[in-house]
Design a binder for this molecule. Structure first.
Ligand SMILES: Nc1ncnc2c1ncn2CCOCCNC(=O)c1cc(-c2ccc(F)cc2)cc(O)c1O
Ligand SMILES: [Mg+2]
Length: 215
């Protein structure tokens, strides 16, 4: 049977990227998705915004919701200081299998823990299973109708502290209107919008960054 898109992405990485070199994996995936086959990675333009937010924050404990093939996982993990940890939740078993191999290819397994689970099933288990009280940085890139309920769930589980930064992908395309409305109106968040484009496309998209006040 025909290979899947994630399988083709992994083949591109194994053929064109250098083991242990995260930048070569990022470049190989971006080149393939721009020239051959679109895929829902955050991409190079929004990825640079993600890089700047992570570099400025220098987080120790990171949560990523929605791994897909691990492109943004690699973008984030390559910038983390020694000892920092990234937990990434992926619902789809096929995506998770590919992402594990991409993460292993760049040699970032010691920083990254991939959990194959729906976000709502594992957010309540972060503290007892990983010993994580609060996260410094959360990247939301999973089902767009889960951004708001999962943010409320993280609040309820005490996983967000004063100063935790949440960065959400696709706030325009596909769009997360309920989430935007909530964080832009809520007094406990200061938020800003980074206008950009949908990955490998001219369509408008953007990232919404919010620092938690819990005021
Ligand atoms: N742990 C978890 N818990 C729950 N659910 C989970 C999960 N882990 C994964 N999932 C399932 C959802 O995963 C993929 C979510 N991402 C997208 O759907 C996405 C779509 C587009 C897009 C598509 C078509 C267009 F025309 C225009 C834009 C662009 C993007 O950048 C996207 O990120
Ligand atoms: Mg996305």
């Amino acid at each position: 049977t025909r290979s899947t898109r994630p399988q083709r992405l992994l083949k591109v990485v194994q053929k064109h990227a250098t083991r242990g070199d995260p930048q070569s994996v990022i470049s190989a995936i971006d080149h393939f998705c721009r020239r051959s086959e679109w895929a829902m990675n955050i991409g190079d333009e929004k990825g640079s915004i993600l890089d700047s937010v992570v570099s400025e924050l220098n987080p120790e404990k990171v949560l990523e919701l929605g791994t897909y093939c691990g492109y943004s996982t690699v973008r984030i993990a390559r910038l983390l200081p020694p000892g920092a940890r990234l937990i990434t939740l992926e619902f789809n078993a096929d995506y998770a299998a590919i992402a594990r191999q991409v993460i292993a290819w760049v040699g970032l397994e010691d920083k990254v823990q991939l959990v194959e689970s729906a976000s709502e099933d594992w957010i309540p288990r972060m503290t007892e299973h990983f010993g994580i009280e609060t996260f410094d940085f959360v990247f939301l890139d999973h089902w767009k109708d889960r951004y708001l309920p999962d943010t409320k769930l993280m609040e309820g589980c005490g996983l967000l502290r004063k100063g935790t930064v949440l960065l959400a992908d696709n706030v325009i395309c596909p769009g997360v209107p309920d989430y935007l409305e909530y964080v832009r109106n809520s007094l406990s968040y200061k938020s800003c919008y980074f206008k950009s484009h949908l990955e490998y496309s001219k369509a408008e998209d953007g990232l919404e960054k919010k620092s938690v006040f819990l005021g």
